[in-house]
Design a protein around this ligand. Sequence first.
Ligand SMILES: [Zn+2]
Ligand SMILES: [Zn+2]
Length: 367
Amino acid sequence: MKRLPGKVVTTLSFSAVGIAALVLAAQISLARQSSSSAAKIPSAMEPIPALTPFVDGHTHFDEKDIPATIRTSLAALGRENAAMIFLQMPPDIFDHPGRYDAEIVLSAAKKYPGKLAVIGGGGTLNAMIIQAAANGDAGPAVQKKFRARAEELLREGVIGFGEMTAEHFDGLTPYQYAPVDHPLYLLLADIAAEHGVPFDIHMEAVPQDMALPAGLKSPPNPERLHANIPAFERLLAHNPRAKIIWAHLGSDFTGFRTVELDRRLLQAHPNLYMEIKTDPKAPGKNYPLADGKLKPDWLKLFTEFPDRFIIGSDQHYPEPKGEDRRWQEVILLFNQLPADVRKKIGTENIASIYGNSVASFLRAAKD
Ligand SMILES: [Zn+2]
Ligand SMILES: [Zn+2]
């Protein structure tokens, strides 16, 4: 017992030396860090902007804090090298509390023409379609109301309709289904064509009736999913002048949004466009990147149809804290495209799909 204090002293003195060594090491490491940030050596945490300008055609926002939405999306333009950002409404149903549409953000976003633009209808037109599909009423009165609402949104200043859906798993908004050749979808195609605006649709790929994919819960999702690719082709053929953007290429949760399916549909339907989204937190089943590198079969698809893709990151503004940034992942993909293809997917395709409401600003920015 008497020898114990001696041992304690020895241990303490060794600890003191150890602590001094640690402090010194920490000081050296801090000095290195500050000299590296002074020299602006990019760290893994610093965002990597697009090599050439792009338009993000599909983002969402905080409907309860519009000033923060506007501030953060404007600030993102420079950081990302984005020419414009389009704000969309989530596809929603009438029964979902908190449902909203373009009016919530239009007046604030319209103060920044050529920087921000709004795509609307997710909270109303989409809700009308989901409701009509459920109750079976798509008669003349419903169609009249639908057209009136679509044209009201256009008068208020939306540049397209979205986010629509025909097959949407439960998430921030509830599970939603409608036949994608529903009479109101055919009418939407006609209205879009008449006014020269596109619509943007979220639809999990279901080539034939199938069980809910493993890993998804039922309820809230249904046990079985309806085939939608044949109906989608009927919608695309219904009005070839309607430009239809199929959202979320690269974010596939059934396993059927393959390069082969996308290629076949692009070949068959010249009015079909696709929006690229890659979410590293939820990569899904046919992810275009492997270890950050663009897979050769996806590169081949983008190169074969360079006029048919745009960027639609599905980023939320303000960016969720501590989350992987969706825009960053899709820009890492974008930066691997050949320069001529990148220019088209970045800005030129958006300009031709959306027409002068967007093209004039992109031209002005270039001159
Ligand atoms: Zn979506
Ligand atoms: Zn979305």
